[in-house]
Design a protein around this ligand. Sequence first.
Ligand SMILES: Cc1cc2nc3c(=O)[nH]c(=O)nc-3n(C[C@H](O)[C@H](O)[C@H](O)COP(=O)(O)OP(=O)(O)OC[C@H]3O[C@@H](n4cnc5c(N)ncnc54)[C@H](O)[C@@H]3O)c2cc1C
Ligand code: SF4
Length: 474
Amino acid sequence: MAEETKAPEAPKKEKIPRQQMPEQPADVRRHNFDEVPLGYTPEQAMKEASRCIQCKDPRCRQGCPVEVDIPAFIKCIKEGDFEGAIRKLWEKNALPAVCGRVCPQEVQCEGLCVLGKKDQPVAIGNLEKFAADYQRNHGRDVLPPKAAPTGKKVAVVGSGPSGLTVAGDLILKGHDVTIFEALHAPGGVLIYGIPEFRLPKAIVASECRYLERLGVNFEVNAVIGRSETVDELLERFDVVFLGVGAGLPMFLKVPGEHYIGVYSSNEYLTRSNLMKAYDFPNYDTPLVRGKRVATFGGGNVAMDSARTALRMGAEKSYIIYRRGREELPARKEEIHHAEQEGVEFMLLSAPVRFTGTDDGFLTGVECRRMELGEPDASGRRRPIEIKGSEFMVEIDTAVISIGSSANPLLTKSTPGLALNKWGNIVADPKTGKTMKPRVWAGGDIVTGAATVILAAGAGRVASNSIHDFLTFGW
Ligand SMILES: Cc1cc2nc3c(=O)[nH]c(=O)nc-3n(C[C@H](O)[C@H](O)[C@H](O)COP(=O)(O)OP(=O)(O)OC[C@H]3O[C@@H](n4cnc5c(N)ncnc54)[C@H](O)[C@@H]3O)c2cc1C
Ligand code: SF4
């Protein structure tokens, strides 16, 4: 009997690991404000894109608040069609260079990617950043087609991601759009809050320039509610969109917060970013260059402040947070970057009071240790004080990063708007319409402090509704 021959085994398909994003080394970058991730090369991007198995029912897409066609843009990258990739992204997201950098991907698209069950998910955020950067650096500088002028005029108040999205959508539909911005530069939190090492200002500026080239007018140093009211805008414009964010800082309400050296993160980051305190002596914006800085809070804003402190020359930069590591609300990547750079985490610790000199300078903070109890309304385990566990930390600068709320400046001077108990504007989530005729709102001023992509998504919802109103009158 002839010997049975075994069919040769097919060579196993080599598993491609998730492509690591090249980064500046931690000991170098903690002394500079340059961007931390260096970006994929085209080869790395194509290799990472080839990990995507192009699911028929892509779960990643369900995790994206604006439903970007993720497998389609990844397929374009895999095939080397980088222009096709950016076009796919633009269909749903007006700010891919920003979102690729700052979206909380691990709890959104990447958190649902099927590959993540057994292995690491596809690096969707890194690929989005690659496609947007490639377009900016190498792409053809063509503007999309614009509809014929409709003669309708739209005022957008606030130039954060919600306002920029509304403006970008409506200018393409033929409407005349003017953005009013209180600060001297447009971009909202993207420019005054998120530091250069995470989101270079040049990228935000290029998004704004692109809108300008499309025909959007920018009026900076225009504080609506003061220089002009919303009702006055309604006399000059057909509709008004309010995207004024949630820029009012919250404080700890513990004794000693008045000492010199205690900042809100808004003030600390604005002085550093927008007013370029970091670029001393080229800019002489005053900012305490603390040697021992404590940041209170555990979100992205806290990580940004603690990492900025290091770059401003702090020898010690602490994060003091009353819950544990699992409960830190910041993006995982930011926590990891902060740790690598030498930020020290004092978890399960809450401030009790600040101490200072007789002439008013901060010298320290007394903290109390905490333990975690049952989950509270937020779903996170409630911190409980451990009596008698107080301890002192010597500091010369404190940055309070425990959240922000609605600034009443505009809402108080605008009759007819309905506000909720936190002072946020009440708007229909399906349309962005407020209770005041011809006024729409979206982003943090409606939801409370949230994320870039949710603000941009709210802008898209409002722009569709505004366009319907301007076209059909409803
Ligand atoms: C330090 C920091 C880090 C963050 N990191 C992340 C992150 O990593 N990922 C993420 O997804 N989100 C992050 N966020 C949150 C995110 O930036 C916001 O959710 C988003 O920017 C909200 O967009 P918006 O359009 O509602 O308003 P904003 O971006 O707040 O912009 C509002 C604009 O309106 C202007 N304005 C206010 N009042 C008036 C007025 N009366 N007249 C004219 N103009 C006015 C303001 O000056 C501002 O420019 C961060 C926030 C901060 C502060
Ligand atoms: S879930 Fe993951 S593998 Fe599937 S299409 Fe989305 S990115 Fe690709």
